[in-house]
Design a protein around this ligand. Structure first.
Ligand code: NAP
Length: 232
């Protein structure tokens, strides 16, 4: 398979890219800064996904090199934890630019290449968060942007079904990454205690469900967001 995974410089995106490379796939990754993966089947694009021009340029280059994509994993994201009363408008807009509009733009550009996939059905997978179902205080813009992504999953799954492109989401509880390093340990522990499986999610817990949701085993699943860890 030829996969595109966004946000592969650090964290979950990097772990996913390394897993799929190890499994023998070609991986196209991106982030604003330089690559942290060095592998013959890995291509890195330095792009700010909040910039549509840069995003289009990256997809043009993918088309020239590979001519198709089999899966897109929209993983790149950002967050800012603050009471909404003290969150400046530009911070909320930046969160939506990256977490929602960049996802929408990547989907639109990727569809042209996913339609050329030789797989029975190609797939888009978007990363969501426990902050949506648990409506976590201090994460208004972040959780609202990911709620929008979950709605995108539902609507887009219908709009792309005629092209045999499936659209799903994966909802994650707290994972130890750059994104969460400033969150107090006590707050993370409180969230973990609410999970049915009350231990911290690791990237090893994520790769299998991602592989399932973009692969042949889930050919009859679309429009769903699957939460890990027992989040209800
Ligand atoms: N960690 C958690 O507990 C958790 C829980 C639930 C959901 N999630 C979701 O999981 C996803 C990955 O998060 P993570 O925890 O792995 O965070 P992370 O370590 O901060 O990784 C985010 C990645 O996205 C890239 N990125 C950020 N803004 C970008 C932009 N404008 N354009 C291009 N690339 C950009 C970053 O690279 P550059 O800095 O080089 O751009 C980085 O590679 C996010 O969607 C997040 O919301 C995380």
């Amino acid at each position: 398979m030829i996969l595109m995974i966004t946000g592969t410089r650090t964290g979950i995106g990097k772990a996913l890219a390394e897993y799929f490379l190890e499994a023998g796939h070609d991986v196209v990754g991106c982030s604003r800064r330089h690559a942290t993966i060095d592998h013959p089947r890995y291509r890195h694009h330095e792009v700010d996904l909040a910039d549509l021009g840069q995003t289009k340029k990256m997809f043009r280059s993918v088309r020239q090199e590979y001519g198709k994509l089999d899966a897109l994993v929209n993983n790149a994201g950002t967050s800012s934890m603050n009471h909404f009363m003290t969150t400046p408008e530009e911070v909320s807009r930046k969160i939506f630019d990256i977490n929602f509009f960049a996802v929408l733009n990547c989907c639109r550009e990727a569809v042209k290449l996913l339609r050329k996939s030789t797989e029975k059905s190609s797939a888009i997978l978007n990363v969501s968060t426990v902050a949506v179902p648990w409506a976590i205080e201090g994460q208004l813009a972040y959780s609202a942007s990911k709620s929008a992504v979950e709605q995108l999953v539902r609507v887009m799954s219908k709009e792309l079904s005629t092209f045999d492109i499936r659209v799903n989401g994966i909802g994650l509880p707290p994972v130890h990454t750059v994104l969460t390093r400033s969150v107090p340990r006590s707050k993370i522990d409180t969230l973990i205690a609410r999970q049915a499986i009350s231990r911290q999610c690791t990237t090893d817990d994520i790769v299998g469900p991602v592989e399932f949701l973009i692969g042949r085993q889930s050919e009859f699943i679309t429009g769903e967001t699957l939460f890990l860890g027992g989040v209800h």
